[in-house]
Ligand binder design. Structure first.
Ligand code: TMO
Length: 313
């Protein structure tokens, strides 16, 4: 009888010891921040949620392609914005090596590609067709590009293959990379004054769609494998002959060791899912309202408690 009673006590002790072991490590969760506003704000939003449940966090500024290797090795704990168009290849390569996995998939549907503000159509009425754009190339010429058109790409760590696409499709364009996202917005603002045609890299969800109505250039439709297999895509002998996915994913990635080291934070992470308008709003707080990322995150959390409070309980 005594022995029988002792068993449940031992079982209770084992359970409480188990939950003590399962508490999150006091080591900081390492959150990478990159060079576009929604990612920076979202990183602080989630970092502040982790802090609200007692975790320590540390933000590190990292290259947005190399980050997948850093996560795989455990030097960085997670990535909140894995955009298919820009990072799908780096992410997939890291997945195949191991050490990183998908911890979530945002509700958001994404697109990243060549884009123009609507006034550009006056100079090039055949848009959004890419061949019509190509026939208008001279309208996009700058002193830097001679008689070819300028495509203003994003910072070099985003999309790696604009030049490959220009070469694959034989386009009369030169790729010039902007140094920062802010440089892209400044160029649209400058072109807007006299409605100069401009074609540049842009994406959705973003604050820009609410400020400058515009459209993506329609390239040959994306097919999986287009950038690796010459036979995929409209030209049978070249790679990179497709546009980026028009309905791309936005995923969350985590280091395989995260669940064991920070089980509570990891559980929250797997519940997180943001929509297009929520992500556009995060960018707007910085790019239109001029807030610092920490302040933007705190504001977003304050205004959207109904969205995230359920994830921490
Ligand atoms: C990676 N980005 C969202 C800027 O295309």
């Amino acid at each position: 009888m005594k022995l029988k009673l002792a068993l449940p006590v031992a079982a209770i002790l084992a359970v409480s010891a188990g939950s003590a072991i399962a508490a999150d490590s006091s080591d900081p969760i390492i959150i990478p921040v990159h060079n576009w506003s929604s990612q920076i704000v979202m990183s602080h939003v989630v970092g502040q949620i982790f802090q609200s449940i007692g975790d320590n966090v540390e933000y590190v500024t990292t290259d947005s392609q190399a980050v997948y290797e850093s996560i795989r090795l455990g030097d960085v704990s997670l990535e909140l914005e894995v955009w298919e168009g820009a990072f799908g290849a780096s992410y997939t390569a890291a997945l195949e090596k191991g050490g990183i996995h998908e911890a979530g998939n945002h509700n958001a549907v994404t697109r990243e590609d060549w884009w123009y503000p609507l006034w550009t159509k006056e100079a090039c009425p055949g848009l959004p067709d890419w061949e019509a754009l190509n026939a208008c190339a001279a309208k996009f010429a700058t002193p830097e590009t001679g008689d070819k058109g300028r495509f203003l790409g994003g910072p070099v760590d985003w999309l790696k293959h604009d030049q490959e696409r220009v070469d694959a499709l034989g386009m009369n364009f030169v790729v010039v990379n902007a140094g920062s996202a802010a440089a892209l917005w400044a160029e649209i603002g400058a072109a807007e004054k006299d409605k100069k045609p401009i074609v540049l890299f842009n994406w959705t969800p973003n604050f820009a769609e609410a400020v400058w109505p515009g459209e993506f250039v329609e390239f040959p439709k994306w097919v999986d494998g287009c950038n690796e297999d010459p036979k995929v895509g409209p030209k049978p002998d070249v790679t990179y002959d497709c546009g980026n996915p028009a309905n791309g994913y936005l995923k969350i990635a985590a280091w395989d060791g995260m669940e064991k080291k920070w089980p509570d934070a990891y559980k929250v992470l797997t519940k997180i899912s943001f929509t297009n308008p929520q992500i556009a709003q995060m960018a707007k707080l910085v790019d239109v309202d001029d807030m610092e990322p920490e302040e933007a995150a705190a504001t977003w959390l304050e205004e959207n408690q109904d969205v995230w409070k359920g994830w921490v309980n």
